[in-house]
Write a protein that binds this ligand. Structure first.
Ligand code: FE2
Ligand code: FE2
Length: 472
């Protein structure tokens, strides 16, 4: 269904046919805009940014690019088309038609899932609000802002569901989305990774590669939900999310490329003297962002995860493409955990291991990106390999929480950990160095900061020296 942009709130859900809902969302809209003004990208309201706006939710829906002031971006409600034949693909209700409304007994569960997902969206905008001041190029600045406006739209996506399907509770939750803030000691965001700072562009690229990718996996499993409006919302969000991960992967890749160039040109590993980011520092940032993101998947063995699945609320990644019974009551799954001072593998009921299974899908996806980085490093003639650390490395949640595990998966004593931690995780000095590279934003079209290579190509067929952001 095409998106109606003639409305105050652009949408493809025929919002004007439900006056109460329309009014409620029109009441929330100015509060969202106030939040954007206070907590969104700092000092940017007059910038004209080359942004894409969805004009429909089908494959050609991204045709619309143009310079827009971000507060004028048309945030709205876009759901993928409804499939009238869609049935629940798994769990107790497998084969039954999907729900267009929330089943009473699943109200609390679905609300919690939607609120948890929704909370991450504005959180990342808050985390990234100062990055524009140190952008390494106009191209990168534009990509940052594109991600920011789309995370804002993802908040709209979840708030729409809350307003449309959860009555007064939903409206209250929608308000609370704008009241919690990333890193706020009194009212923090719900999940740990979304209260961490994103203080520099290396962190930003690592975040969009690793943490936005967690988003991809959560959205993909919610896209399998028996609650059809949630599924349709997530399906469209996933098309937006793909660009965020592209920004992360290519951003890291361009830093690696620049580092390799400096190493070759000056025949040295010590690129810090040349204003580059050395490969061991890149690895440490990778370690940090990977382990923080792994925590987002939750406990390895979880009755909540089992219930979500059995109840048809949250499926597996690409559920319908998996060749099994989609009920999982008789099957088991192997997980790794710490027991009696050792890392062990053990079988647990497959239903309870669904978080771990999703984490595994995620790890394999991350590994494919790391492989592409390594190909680039190899092609540049440098002998170095970026590696994902072991899943137990530096974890806060699950069976590895509190254990000291090396990147190659050995259980360590506290003393061994302490002796090596500075080799594995960014130190204050590393962070200070990376921060020191973040000079004032590079705003001349076609110019790039010294520590990052230009992209291979521009956005939407535009040249790399295009004026992606215009300052007024
Ligand atoms: Fe998002
Ligand atoms: Fe994202």
């Amino acid at each position: 269904m095409a998106i109606d942009y003639s409305q105050l709130i652009p949408n493809n859900v025929d919002l004007s046919s439900d006056r109460r809902l329309q009014r409620a969302l029109e009441n929330w809209q100015p509060r969202f805009l106030d939040w954007w003004k206070d907590m969104g990208p700092d000092g940017t309201s007059s910038f004209d940014v080359y942004l894409r706006t969805a004009i429909s939710t089908d494959a050609n829906g991204w045709a619309n690019f143009g310079h827009v002031k971000m507060p004028d971006y048309r945030w709205g409600i876009f759901l993928a088309d409804r499939d009238p034949d869609r049935v629940i693909a798994y769990g107790d209700d497998k084969g039954k038609p999907v729900w267009q409304d929330v089943p009473g007994e699943l109200r609390t569960t679905l609300r919690r899932l939607i609120v948890t997902q929704g909370d991450t969206e504005p959180a990342s905008v808050e985390q990234q609000r100062l990055l524009g001041k140190t952008a390494p190029s106009l191209y990168d600045l534009r990509n940052l802002f594109q991600i920011n406006v789309e995370e804002g739209r993802h908040l709209w996506a979840m708030v729409y569901l809350l307003h449309a399907h959860f009555g007064r509770d939903g409206r209250e939750e929608a308000e609370a989305m704008l009241e919690r803030h990333s890193g706020d000691p009194d009212k923090p965001r719900i999940l740990g990774a979304f209260n961490e700072e994103t203080p520099d562009w290396l962190s930003f690229f690592m975040f969009t590669f690793f943490t936005d990718r967690d988003g991809k996996y959560q959205l993909a499993s919610l896209a399998e939900s028996g609650f059809d409006p949630l599924s349709r919302t997530c399906r469209f969000m996933l098309t937006e999310e793909a660009h965020h991960m592209f920004v992360g992967e290519t951003g890291v890749s361009r830093i690696l490329q620049r580092t390799c160039e400096l190493m070759k040109e000056h025949k040295t590993d010590d690129v810090r003297t040349l204003g580059g980011i050395d490969l061991p520092t890149m690895q440490k940032y990778l370690n940090f962002h990977f382990s923080v993101s792994l925590d987002l998947f939750g406990q390895e063995a979880s009755t909540n995860a089992a219930n979500y699945y059995t109840q048809g609320v949250k499926g597996r990644f690409l559920e319908t493409r998996i060749d099994d019974d989609h009920v999982l009551t008789g099957t088991s799954y192997e997980i790794e955990t710490v027991e009696d001072g050792r890392i062990v593998r053990k079988s647990v009921p497959a239903l309870s291991a669904l978080n771990e299974r999703l984490r595994q899908d995620y790890i394999e996806d991350c590994a494919r990106g790391v492989l592409r980085w390594n190909k680039m490093i190899e092609k540049a003639g440098i002998d170095f390999e970026m590696k994902l650390p072991h899943r137990g490395f530096d974890r806060r949640i699950g069976g590895f929480a509190g254990a000291r595990v090396s990147p190659d998966g050995r259980l360590l004593s506290e003393a061994e950990w302490a002796a090596n931690e500075s080799k594995w995780l960014p130190t204050d000095e590393d962070r200070a160095y990376v921060t020191s590279l973040m000079g004032p934003a590079v705003i001349e079209p076609g110019k790039y900061a010294n520590w990052i290579a230009p992209p291979a190509r521009g956005i939407n067929g535009q040249p790399v020296d295009f004026d992606y952001v215009r300052f007024n």
